[in-house]
Ligand binder design. Sequence first.
Ligand code: ATP
Ligand code: MG
Length: 216
Amino acid sequence: MSTEMAIHAIEDERKRLARDIHDGPAQLLTNLTMRLEVVKEMAKRDPLTVLPEIQKVQELMRGSVSELRRMIYDLRPVDIAEKGLSGALLEYADRCNYLLRIPVVVAVDATCDVLAAPYAVAVFRVVQECITNSLRHARAQRVDVSVTVAEGVLRAVVRDDGSGFPYGDTSQHKGFGLLGIEERARLIGGEVRVQSKMGQGTEVELTMRIATYGAE
Ligand SMILES: Nc1ncnc2c1ncn2[C@@H]1O[C@H](COP(=O)(O)OP(=O)(O)OP(=O)(O)O)[C@@H](O)[C@H]1O
Ligand SMILES: [Mg+2]
């Protein structure tokens, strides 16, 4: 990666982070402050009506705490050297299951662990973004991830059973996520294919030719 590209990537990541904090936790805290203002007024007039409102506030707070935990978790560097791609993906899925209680089911070939670290990190980040999109936008009930190697080609597929979206429609907003996936795939000499239909879920597939030992 050239220095210029690296600087752009860092700046993009900072923009994305600023937007996520603004749209997520910052907005939720503003909402909570307003809701508490209402609770205060209710307490003055009729203390008995306050309890359900406090419960709602508590639920909102719980939601924002798990959202924040997930953001922090996503930001941590991924320890591919220690866990391998398979270990890192399984751990990530466990974490999503625990925090969001939506099954993220990972099937990953241990052969994937032969991938050199920079490639493995790129595959991990692509899968991570797809899972995040499925959980954030699709209202999915389940997300399936598979990573396989066959005939020197690594194939990572993330499929959800959620809302789907009009991918490829140029009027559709493309955030940093999908652009980032395409960019990462390009950098590692891979390709991304997105298939999505309204009401029928989304499937993202990353394919990449990898060096195999002994063969060819
Ligand atoms: N799995 C999915 N199911 C439904 N809609 C999706 C899915 N993935 C992406 N989208 C739609 O495509 C849009 C663009 O996705 P993208 O990841 O590029 O941006 P984002 O998730 O909105 O923001 P960012 O990834 O930059 O935090 C989303 O806002 C959403 O409308
Ligand atoms: Mg996204």
